[in-house]
Ligand binder design. Sequence first.
Ligand code: WQD
Length: 339
Amino acid sequence: MKHKIVVTGGLGFIGSHVVVELQNEGFEVVIIDDLSNSSIEVLKGITSITGIQPLFEKLDLRDKPSVIDFFKRHHDVMGVIHFAASKAVGESVNLPLLYYENNLNTLIYILQELQKKETSNFIFSSSCTVYGQADTLPITESAPIKEAESPYGNTKQIGEEIIRDTCKVSENLKAIALRYFNPIGAHESAKIGELPIGTPQNLVPFITQTGIGKREQLSVFGADYPTKDGTCIRDYIHVVDLAKAHVAALNRLIKGDNTGNYEVFNIGTGQGSSVLEVISQFEEVSGQKLNYKIVERRAGDVIAAYADTSKANKVLGWKAKLNLKDALSSAWKWEQNLN
Ligand code: WQD
């Protein structure tokens, strides 16, 4: 019997890669997406990879009656993996209420429906952004949660607290929050990948768009940081490795292997790479020089962040297998396939 899993935001960058891995594992997937930051074409990409078209419902999860109706119709749902959220750090500073409504009301409505079920499993898309600039590197799950630098980051912190407090009083609800480091890359088929709308905010899509000629030049936001080459350090994880971590987390809950009904895991490679190292690796992978210039720092950037992944490795039984070169090669192949 196939377990039915709901993936909210399942047509997004990370969500679509998780849907592929869930289908590969034999789960039946229902995607909910409002298409505000994704394209229906992604459904074709998923189907062409796995040969199975996931069920899809276009829903605005801010509409509580729609959420209630959905879970009434899909009463056999075994678990929910929740990606649907607004995620642009800069935009969240200008539109805080849009972020608090879209990222938190939707979470609350879904949890209210899961609370009604005999048993349910919930995986939450969280972020290393909750750590801010950690005092100690690599970052473990017990690192202190710092004051959020943006409403977006705050919605991840508050979201985790909402889930934690709900799980405390709902024996039937089990949850895992995955704190992602920096997801990059694309499925090896180049049929799904990152589809930033407008000017990419993140480093790797800006690099690949510069490489393909869609962007004139990459601006490197600061080269005067106290790091090996002056540029910021991040833990870039291949999106397929990240997707597999979600399946591992879901299986952990379904099998009842969890200790306590709310757990948190850092999902990264454990390796830190500087912006200049990413650029140089991209030049090697693409066989071409990248046009970039050093400009002033970007507000809100932390100097360095990379994961201590021992808890995910030992407890979750998951470890990243792909490296920066693999991820940049897949990102570059995806960009070339798009154009
Ligand atoms: C990485 C590095 C930039 C663009 C963000 C969110 C985080 C998570 C992942 C959602 C930094 C530098 C970037 C550019 C640059 N998203 N950079 N030129 O900021 O680490 O994390 O995405 O959960 O919440 O904050 O990722 O890719 O934006 O930046 O020099 O054009 O690349 O300064 O050092 P970030 P990023």
